[in-house]
Design a protein around this ligand. Structure first.
Ligand SMILES: *Cc1c(COP(=O)(O)O)cnc(C)c1O
Length: 436
């Protein structure tokens, strides 16, 4: 049986994976979570270091989505999504780094976005259309435009807050024969996200255009993040002696929650470090207090500057289910700006690896845990961002000249949106109607 999904706010109606990714959000204001998690041990325990990443995805995805995604579709989706792969580098007995910044925009988010686009194309029937709305911050817009470009039956409308739009290729615009509609919203990123939820909840409109969204709240982005945890495990399992811990630089908690699903699916793991910067109000919640969002603080690891994590309800559902287990599964830690810089320096000096500030937050927290009395285990540090994206800071910390890969050179180029509108639903709907 295939995985089914329910809202964080009710157990009543279950939906298929396809319906969950094509609706993105349940109507009751909650978030989709797996209603039950399938046991993947018969796959995870028996793949080994010879297994390639596309092979792993093509094995696990149809097992998770039996009845919805057949092995041929899964292999095709894995192949077309991933022209980049994670890399596990073992540093010594205590540490490894799982590099997740090899994708088109150099952040781990490329993995979830690429798979969502590929699997959506497989699941859409020939006669079905989907319009994928996304709110773009930093390079997410580029990642989305890249993943959805030239996919059958799909149009990708990307909403940008006030300010420059960067990195898009005008040839990909729908007016030039592509499938991208960049729309600038005269407002903030939160306005963009609110408008998307409003458009999804305007059922007649959403149904006419087949509207869904590709933001991190879509369960179709979360699920594929499980695959790289499995990948790290199968690469390491032969050398593991003690505990296995993952250190995850955490902002909206999507990556951490994907790790928790990997554990629920049967991957042997002893815990996760939720490595946060000064925006650490969630640490109190994990330690059993009430969740009170703090004021947003700007740090040198900006992707972790989040005051209310968008995955709050998903995380809370784990804690409601089994608080006594979660206390021993997620270890919150806070890494300040100076410690982040020191961690970059240390990683270079001791291991000759360059980490971006987000990876450095995870590395600093991993080192701290490994120094606690009685710790006997191996920590996998998730390198979620590419050092070239923060070249000045990395150079300052390590003294190294940072090469900027060719593929990033376009990320900073300004482009024009197709429309600029006020932050109101009718304006958004008008812009969409005039394009398609
Ligand atoms: C988004 C992001 C994170 C945070 O991931 P969450 O899933 O939001 O916790 C960490 N590092 C980098 C580089 C990111 O872009």
């Amino acid at each position: 049986m295939s995985m089914q999904f329910r809202s964080t706010r009710s157990n009543d109606s279950l939906v298929s994976f396809k319906d969950a990714i094509l609706q993105c959000l349940p109507m009751d204001g909650g978030l989709y979570v797996p209603a039950s998690v399938l046991d993947m041990r018969q796959y995870v325990l028996y793949m080994d270091t010879e297994t390639s990443y596309p092979e792993l995805v093509a094995t696990v995805a149809p097992a998770l989505l039996q009845g919805e995604l057949n092995p041929f579709s899964a292999a095709r989706a894995a192949e077309s999504a991933f022209d980049f792969e994670p890399e596990l580098k073992q540093l010594d007995d205590n540490f490894s780094v799982l590099t997740l910044c090899n994708g088109p925009t150099g952040v781990f988010k490329d993995y979830g976005i690429a798979f969502l686009a590929a699997v959506m194309e497989e699941l859409l029937k020939n006669d079905q259309q989907a319009m994928i709305l996304s709110a773009a911050r930093q390079d997410t817009g580029v990642s989305i435009a890249h993943a959805f470009s030239q996919r059958k039956g799909m149009i990708s409308a990307i909403l940008y807050p006030s300010g420059p739009v960067r990195g898009l290729d005008p040839k990909s615009y729908i007016t030039n024969g592509g499938n991208v509609i960049p729309i600038q919203i005269k407002g903030t990123f939160d306005d963009c996200q609110r408008l998307i939820i409003e458009a999804i909840n305007d059922r007649p409109f959403a149904e006419r255009y087949g509207i869904t969204c590709a933001n991190a709240i879509n369960p179709g982005r979360l699920l594929p993040q499980v695959f790289y945890y499995f990948y790290a495990f199968i690469k390491l399992k032969k050398i593991l002696k003690g505990e296995l811990i993952f250190s995850v630089p955490t902002g909206n908690f999507g990556n951490l929650i994907a790790g928790l699903y990997a554990w629920k699916m049967g991957m042997p793991v002893n815990g996760f470090i939720a490595a946060m910067n000064a925006n650490n109000a969630f640490g109190d919640y994990i330690r059993g207090k009430e969740f009170k969002p703090g004021k947003l603080i700007q740090t040198n690891s900006p992707a972790l500057d989040v005051s209310v994590p968008s995955n709050y309800e998903r995380l809370a559902s784990f804690y409601k289910e089994a608080p006594a287990v979660m206390r021993n599964m997620v270890f919150p830690d806070t890494i300040d700006n100076d410690t982040t810089i020191n961690a970059m320096e240390k990683a270079w000096k001791d291991y000759h690896i360059l980490l971006d500030p987000h990876g450095a937050v995870a590395f600093a927290a991993a080192r701290r845990l490994s120094q606690t009395a009685g710790f006997n285990g191996h920590v996998v540090v998730l390198a979620t961002g590419h050092p070239a994206k923060h070249a000045d800071l990395v150079m300052q910390a390590t003294g190294q000249q940072i090469d900027i890969p060719e593929k990033f050179s376009n990320l900073w180029k300004k482009t024009d949106p197709m429309a600029t509108i006020s932050p109101q639903l009718d304006a958004l709907e008008g812009a969409i109607a005039s394009c398609c």
